[in-house]
Design a binder for this molecule. Structure first.
Ligand SMILES: Nc1nc2c(c(=O)[nH]1)N[C@H]1C(S)=C(S)[C@@H](COP(=O)(O)O)O[C@H]1N2
Ligand SMILES: [Mo]
Length: 533
């Protein structure tokens, strides 16, 4: 093999006149666009999660300090991911422009930057875990195409700059320089169009996994299990509470996945291992032939502020986790059920809660009469009533390991959250909304209270600093779900303040102490100020 330093002389040869700034910037931007598109295209075929742009975004999410992440969740809800992608686009554009401007005389600085960006992509994809060996092809394509396109465009642009100098607005002219200019423009346009097509191709290739067809089959199966009817009087939706069951499209969504994992039930399997007597590998058909149960369960997010929206209720269909774990045989000493998602997210629940027959922890495959929606974990997720989602409700779950809390820490634990996190007894006022103005006269104050799995035994309201007075409770559907409440008032015009507090089945009354979501869930009393005219 000959290591000829001279072979690349033609490209590396410093140009006499520097590239005009806008040409240099354009070279940088097009190279980065081509790199991202190439990676996205290859990822579409090997594994959509390996797209370097998405992988870097996912890593950014994992590296975000929890208080900032909490802020993002509160400020943007699930649109925080769109905000992140736009932010990343802006940062990459700046990096691309910088790479271009640094390379006005020689392509070396830009090449170094392109290689660094490429390696960042490789590192990000590698850090996703759970990905196949092939996935490195995607960031490798980004790296090589990025460097190649950068050097190619730089060469074409330099040939032109050598004959021409001055600001880009004045660029142009006839003769040889005009030919070079045309050549650069055509090459640039070619790269831009090629990148667009490659990106689109990657998107189409990623979509070839037909999740919807797979969901339709599972929905048929799930629909065979009749759901209990929600008794009338369980909610006060007419007075402003949510409906007792949250429609799937309204169910709150929290996860670290920048792009929703696309799995087919046919390709899915679950491994149960660790401190067990028999390691299991179950396919979706194995799960579907086990006896399925239907349970009405309220899920809550630890990030929910007092009065916040991250709480919802659904009928979940699935197999009891207890049954699965009994098949594997949990060894004594194991105290943590450590679950992992196909995208590398992990959660750890106490073995005791998971095996508790009164709690009905489940591997769920259905939600409100249909297959799990892709965003909520299709084809299978865990649900453990009474525990915050981050320590229990792993979506797209593919691995369950029996271990100890001493040995393994799940996703949010090193990020400052508690390893164990039972849902706190809370209540929320849904109507009236804060800072609204209402016509004087009769008014119904209504809301929700929850304490899974203890159930709610009492909700009290305090109007304008008066005594605590009991509200009317809705019919209890299950101790694992929320309970609705309401109370009528006849109020004079003016400003009013109403506060709610709940008491659960164990006799514990919701504390007034105000704490934020970190480390194990917010507390405090929800307070609403409104005006009657
Ligand atoms: N794979 C995966 N599962 C996950 C999460 C995640 O980030 N990734 N987030 C958890 C958190 S914090 C919550 S509150 C629940 C939310 O479930 P939902 O989006 O279906 O409401 O999912 C849990 N399961
Ligand atoms: Mo959460």
């Amino acid at each position: 093999m000959s290591r000829s330093a001279s072979s690349s002389r033609g490209q590396d040869e410093p140009t006499t006149a520097p590239l005009p700034r806008c040409v240099a910037a354009l070279v940088g931007i097009l190279a980065v666009a081509a790199a991202l598109a190439a990676g996205h295209l290859v990822a579409g075929f090997v594994d959509p999660a390996a797209s370097p742009f998405l992988a870097v975004g996912d890593s950014a999410i994992d590296l975000t300090p929890p208080p900032l992440k909490d802020f993002a969740v509160r400020a943007f809800g699930t649109t925080d991911k769109v905000v992140l992608l736009i932010g990343m686009g802006a940062v990459l554009t700046l990096a691309a422009v910088a790479a271009g401007l640094l390379s006005r005389r020689s392509p070396v600085p830009g090449t170094v930057l392109a290689v660094m960006l490429g390696l960042l992509g490789v590192a990000a994809v590698y850090s996703r875990g759970n990905l196949s060996q092939l996935t490195v092809l995607a960031p490798a394509a980004s790296l090589s195409i990025g460097v190649a396109v950068f050097r190619w465009l730089h060469t074409v642009a330099s040939r032109r700059a050598r004959r021409l100098s001055g600001p880009c607005a004045a660029a142009g002219g006839m003769g040889p320089a005009g030919t070079d200019r045309r050549r650069f423009l055509v090459t640039s346009a070619g790269v831009a169009i090629g990148s667009g097509l490659a990106g689109l191709g990657g998107q189409l290739a990623a979509g070839r996994v037909d999740v919807e067809a797979s969901r339709a089959k599972v929905t048929t199966m799930v629909a065979r299990h009749p759901r209990p009817a929600v008794p009338s009087g369980a909610d006060f939706a007419g007075q402003g509470t949510p409906t007792f069951l949250t429609p799937n499209r309204d169910f709150y969504r929290i996860d670290t996945a920048l792009s929703v994992p696309r799995l087919r039930a046919e390709d899915w399997s679950l491994r149960v291992h660790g401190m067990v007597d028999r390691e299991l590998r179950l396919t979706f058909d194995d799960i579907a032939t086990m006896p399925l149960q239907v349970r009405t369960i309220t899920m809550a997010c630890v990030s929910n502020e007092v009065g916040g929206p991250y709480i919802s209720t659904a009928d979940f269909v699935g197999v009891p986790l207890r049954e699965l774990l009994a098949r594997a045989g949990v060894r004594s000493g194991a105290d943590q059920v450590f679950s992992t998602s196909v995208d590398g997210y992990t959660a750890g629940s106490p073995v005791a809660e998971t095996l508790d027959p009164g709690r009905d922890a489940m591997l769920a495959i259905g939600m409100n009469g249909e297959a799990l929606p892709a965003e909520h974990g299709f084809p299978a997720r865990l649900v453990v009533p009474g525990l915050y989602g981050y320590v229990s409700a792993t979506k797209w779950v593919t691995d369950i390991e029996l271990t100890t809390f001493a040995d393994k820490r799940s996703y949010w634990v090193p990020r400052g959250y508690s390893a164990k996190a039972p849902i706190k007894t809370e209540s929320r006022i849904d109507s009236p909304q804060g800072l609204t103005t209402i016509k004087a006269g009769r008014l119904t104050v209504a809301g929700i209270a929850w304490a899974p799995t203890k159930g709610i035994s009492k909700v009290e309201l305090r109007m304008d600093g008066g005594p605590w007075q009991p509200a009317d409770l809705g019919i209890e559907v299950s101790g694992q779900a929320w309970r609705m409440w309401r109370k009528e008032y006849d109020l004079a015009p003016g400003s009013h303040t109403v506060v709610s507090r709940a008491t659960d089945g164990s006799g514990y009354t919701q504390t007034a102490d105000q704490v934020g979501p970190i480390p194990d869930g917010a507390t405090g009393l929800h307070t609403i100020v409104f005006t009657m005219t």
